[in-house]
Design a protein around this ligand. Structure first.
Ligand code: PRT
Length: 112
């Protein structure tokens, strides 16, 4: 068990994004731009899926950590605080997943 949180990692990412790309993987990702980070996020997603269906628990944990780290970097580059994601998840707890899905527009992001 650890009390390390996603907010802690978000702060580290925000700080390291301003470091030199030669010293920081986060800064290197930032220098490559949001499209590159989005591509990396897709790769990490695929690796997580593969781990979930065919690899051991340690690998699932490792790939999930890679995925979450890259998502936090992507959000940082877009200037979106992780708190916005937590707020949205919190808002959704007032309804069931099936009700929330039914209330979504046919396609595209939801408003508000
Ligand atoms: N949590 C992470 C983290 N998870 C994964 N990774 C990196 O993400 C990469 C994922 O592996 P891949 O094989 O997909 O990528 P790669 O081949 O190494 O990289 P590319 O050449 O494809 O860009 C690895 O280089 C990992 O080191 C992370 N890098 C950094 N962090 C956190 O960010 C902090 C700051 O790191 P720096 O920015 O490097 O100082 C660290 O102390 C950690 O807390």
């Amino acid at each position: 068990m650890t009390d390390f949180s996603l907010s802690d990692l978000e702060k580290i990412v925000a700080e390291r994004a301003n470091a030199s790309p030669s010293e920081s993987y986060t800064a290197k990702l930032k220098a490559m731009g949001v499209s590159h980070v989005a591509k990396k996020l897709g790769e990490e997603s695929t690796e997580t899926v593969i781990a979930l269906v065919s690899q051991d628990d340690d690998r699932v944990v490792s790939e999930s950590a890679d995925l979450i780290y890259h998502l936090l970097v992507a959000l940082n580059l877009r200037g979106i605080p992780a708190a916005d994601i937590f707020s949205e998840l919190g808002r959704r707890t007032s309804t069931t997943g099936l009700e929330e899905k039914a209330a979504r527009p046919p396609d595209g992001p939801r408003e508000g």
